[in-house]
Design a protein around this ligand. Structure first.
Ligand SMILES: Cc1cc2nc3c(=O)[nH]c(=O)nc-3n(C[C@H](O)[C@H](O)[C@H](O)COP(=O)(O)O)c2cc1C
Length: 159
């Protein structure tokens, strides 16, 4: 199905719940006319990823650079089913903590590599949220998502 910019799917892979709150904040901030679905990665049927929605991926990191529990079933499903994700476009917000010097935000990098390997296309660079940086405001993720949405809207403007 052709991708529309109005249908937005926001999936989160989290362990302590921060990613879910961020996903909900982004959903609530979308401009009129956009329709958002928020889902835990654990509930995503990977065969539906190319259903036409633009995908926001929010993923944290646990252990030593590993996926949070909430993202593990999603990664396992992608690894075993290997769906063709050609046509899927997505953006990634990696949640981590820079005091983990060597493994900062590795969880989001793992999901990003898998999506790219399966044919999906990332819009922009991975955006990182650093939990150790107290200067980062509550609006950080909403502002980032707003920039992505603006880009999608611009694509619709004829030159
Ligand atoms: C036990 C533990 C291990 C963690 N390991 C890492 C890590 O290796 N790299 C990293 O960037 N952040 C690590 N973090 C930080 C979390 O990713 C960060 O707090 C994040 O904001 C949590 O998001 P969430 O609430 O959506 O799960 C770790 C946190 C905990 C509690």
């Amino acid at each position: 199905m052709a991708q529309t910019t109005k249908d937005i799917r926001i999936i989160f892979g989290s362990e302590s719940g921060g990613g879910e709150l961020t996903a909900e904040d982004i959903a609530e901030s979308l401009p009129q006319g956009f329709h958002a679905r928020v889902e835990s990665m654990a509930d995503v049927d990977v065969s539906t990823l190319t259903d036409g929605a633009f995908l926001f991926v929010i993923c944290s990191t646990y252990g030593e650079g590993e996926l949070p529990m909430g993202a593990q079933p999603f990664h396992e499903a992608l690894t075993s089913a290997r769906p063709d994700l050609t046509g899927l476009r997505y953006a990634v917000l990696g949640r981590g903590d820079k005091s983990y010097l060597k493994t900062f935000a590795q969880g989001s990098a793992i999901i990003d590599s898998m999506l790219t390997e399966l044919g999906a296309e990332r819009l922009g660079e991975i955006c990182h949220h650093d939990a150790s940086d107290w200067s980062i405001g509550d609006e950080f993720a909403v502002e980032w998502a707003g920039g992505i949405i603006e880009g999608l809207i611009m694509e619709k403007v004829p030159s």
